[in-house]
Write a protein that binds this ligand. Sequence first.
Ligand code: NAP
Ligand code: HSE
Length: 446
Amino acid sequence: MSLQSLVPGPEPKVTSRVSTGAEGRCRVALAGFGTVGRSAARLLQDAAREVELVAILNRDVDRKRVDWVDGAVRWTDSIEEVLDRPIDVFIELIGGRSPAEDWIRRALARGISVVTANKQVIARDGASLLDAAAANDCHLRFEAAVAGGVPVIRAIESGLAGDRLTRVAGILNGTCNYILTKMEREGTAFADALREAQALGYAEANPSQDIDGFDAQAKLAILAMVALGIQAPPDAIATRSIATVDGVDFRYARRLGCTIRQIAWAERNGDLELCAGVGPTLVPLESPLAAVNGSENLVSIQGRFGGETTFGGRGAGGDPTAVAVLSDVLTIARGARPAVRPRAERSARVSSDAATPYYVRFTVVDRPGIIAALASVFAKYEINIDAILQEPGFPASQRPFIVSLDAAPSAAVNAALAEIGAFDFHLVPMLAMPVLDGRAPAEVTA
Ligand code: NAP
Ligand code: HSE
């Protein structure tokens, strides 16, 4: 597909994309004056020695005006007006795929560098947008799209460029981590913790993106492209929701020496396979992942020669994310050449097959013979039971207990759970989670 077929009409190129604003400053326009956009505007104004904020775009822009933004800044709801101005960098912070992707493409087609926090666009269209940026000799930078304020893309592209990276894993969603740590440490109900995360500006406009794993799925697809050199459609990465995790799961997890975190992992298996998944996972209490608190993220990168390197920090929220945005702008303003990225492999198969231990929670209307029925199905699939735990004090009409399983292939566990799911004693659907034991956690469907 030619570059021109991707845009509505020929985009006039700016005559110069070198910083030529007042006193040689880099001229920047910002689209999206929400949680991240507001914080970014403040930081851009603080960086006024190097950067000149010239325009702010938002729909129905009049309700967005604030008096702390410099009076010379143009407020508008027209993308044409923004792109027609002589700007060096277009910052996209509106979120969602459309019209964000189109706006980014149009800016790049004019030779305007782009900085974005939009993981959905970069995960799906990043490769072709990077091609467009390269064709127009400008930057497309997206540090803020992965792990908020943690400079992990930069680290992969510079500090770890000399290694051959084989695995990325960790905590990539601040909202989920905030909810799970609130449930674990303060016994907060899921819905209350989610409301708090929204009020703090961590959650996506549609919080299902966070709790059902799609936000981390998109971030993982970006990391797979940048770190592992594999271009995977995000939808091919299996996800499980944290919405079915209950307070009782933390009690049982602790008895197994674990807590619960949303873990994302992707591993390169030769040139032709990416094993990847996102979902709630039991994490040993002594693991660094168990110590990740609130909206923090932790990304661990495995290299063939350098071993494991870990990056952590604030993964969500206006200010930390705006730091990543401004850092990308300053990289451009200070005259760096656009990054040259090796082309990512497009034809790799995406799977989530692995053999790991599992935690399975059952909530049943109790009666004799339930354990025997479960045990016979697990035995049929050659899955060994490690432990059965049942806390006292629950009524027989609603009794939660858990079975922990020794490491078993995810396909066998899924088949066994499908069979067990058909029994008539379940009060609520089973919750199955992999247990992290140093290997990549497999994905289960229950
Ligand atoms: P937000 O608070 O919802 O802000 C988005 C802003 O863009 C709002 O002011 C919205 O206007 C405006 N907007 C949306 N669609 C528009 C359109 N079609 N035309 C014009 N204006 C439009 O979202 P956010 O939390 O700042 O997130 C922005 C981006 O950063 C997203 O890609 C998100 O994934 C990413 N991100 C967010 C965080 C975080 O912690 N919040 C962290 C990392 C990355 P209205 O007021 O009318 O809705
Ligand atoms: N909603 C996202 C999160 C924002 O909670 O991690 C950062 O991308």
